[in-house]
Every structure is written in structure tokens, then in C-alpha cells.
Design a protein around this ligand. Structure first.
Ligand code: PRP
Length: 182
């Protein structure tokens, strides 16, 4: 498939994503072999990663989704996240694995970990497909990381710019002309 014209460079290929998801899936399957695992996807971006990751799990698990909104920079820096769609299942005693497409400032995940522990989860760990290097405002404990990328504008594999590009099967750097001309 041809590379999208708005992509300056492919940073993670489809093959690399497939291989890494298999590795992460094997590690998670071993770690949760005897635990009651609930994988929680944070919509919308995590849907692609969660879908591929869970196809590599050999342990038992269930899935639920949450949608949150951080309302742009001001709210991100405050760390306040608004819940747009809540979970359907109770968390008491569950071992939660949050699947996220990207850890940027880390504020969304920090909020969610606190929130899930507050609901009685037995444990809360994170699997992030992409960690943006140096972007975190505070240290955050990431158990499973797909790829560490530079702090640049990346899209694809769930990651969007203005809701576009999520369906690209790879992760790529967006041409600056796309967002500068917007
Ligand atoms: C993105 C991403 C994470 C969050 C990470 O979500 O999916 O949830 O930002 O940013 P942070 O580490 O700075 O908190 P976004 O709000 O863009 O929603 P989306 O998943 O629908 O794209």
C-alpha cells in the first residue's frame, strides 16, 4: 500500500507493530495466566492497539471501554479528565490492564489509574503502544510499552490529527504543512 501523501516518514511499520504486539501479548499472557484480567481500552485511539494486542493473548480476559475527554491544553495541564463514556462492569477485585495508544503528558493515564484503584481494582497496569519520549510531566509506571518515539506529531494506528489518519496501518510523522495550514 502506498504511503499517505500527508505522512513525512513512517516511524513504525505494519510488520513492526505485528511483531511487537505478539511479544507484548506473550508477556501479558504469562503475567496474567492465573488472574482475572480486564483489559480496558480508552477510546477512540486505543481501539486499534487493543484489538491487535488481545488477539495475541492466550490467557482468559474480558474487555471494556471508556471514553474520556481532556478538552485541550488547559485541561490537560490541570490533569482533569471528563468521562464521556464510563465502564459497564464493576472493578472490585479485578486485575485491570489499560490499553492506550499513546502516552503523551501522561495526565490521562495518571487520572485513570487513580480512578480505577479508587473503584477497588486489585491492580492497575498500563500497556501503551507508543511512549513519547520526554513528554511526560511526571514519571508514570508503564508495565508494557510498544515503541518509544521522539516527541513529534505522529498519526496512524489509532492516532489522529483532527480525527483523521487513525486507520493508517503504520505510525508515521505528519508533515508539518498539514497542521500549519489548518
Ligand atoms: C489521546 C490518547 C490518550 C491521550 C494521551 O487521546 O489516546 O488518551 O491523548 O495524552 P496525555 O498523555 O497527554 O494525557 P485524545 O484525547 O486525543 O482522544 P482519542 O483517543 O479519541 O484520539
Amino acid at each position: 500500500m502506498a504511503i499517505h501523501p500527508d505522512i513525512e516518514k513512517v516511524l513504525v511499520t505494519e510488520d513492526q507493530l505485528r511483531e511487537r504486539n505478539a511479544q507484548l501479548g506473550a508477556a501479558i499472557s504469562a503475567d496474567y495466566a492465573d488472574k482475572d484480567l480486564l483489559v480496558i481500552g480508552v477510546l477512540k485511539g486505543a481501539a486499534w492497539f487493543l484489538s491487535d494486542l488481545t488477539r495475541n493473548l492466550s490467557c482468559d480476559f474480558t474487555v471494556d471501554y471508556m471514553a474520556v475527554s481532556s478538552y485541550g491544553a488547559a485541561h490537560k495541564s490541570s490533569g482533569v479528565v471528563r468521562i464521556m463514556k464510563d465502564l459497564e462492569v464493576p472493578l472490585e477485585g479485578r486485575h485491570v490492564l489499560i490499553a492506550e495508544d499513546i502516552l503523551d503528558t501522561g495526565l490521562t493515564l495518571k487520572y485513570l489509574v487513580r480512578n480505577f484503584l479508587g473503584r477497588g481494582a486489585a491492580s492497575v497496569e498500563i500497556a501503551a503502544c507508543v511512549l513519547k519520549e520526554g513528554a511526560q510531566e511526571e514519571a508514570i509506571d508503564l508495565r508494557y510499552v510498544g515503541f518509544v518515539l521522539a516527541n513529534e506529531f505522529v498519526v496512524g494506528y489509532g492516532l489522529d490529527y483532527a480525527q483523521r489518519y487513525r486507520g493508517l496501518p503504520y505510525i508515521g510523522r505528519l508533515r508539518s504543512s498539514v497542521y500549519q495550514n489548518a
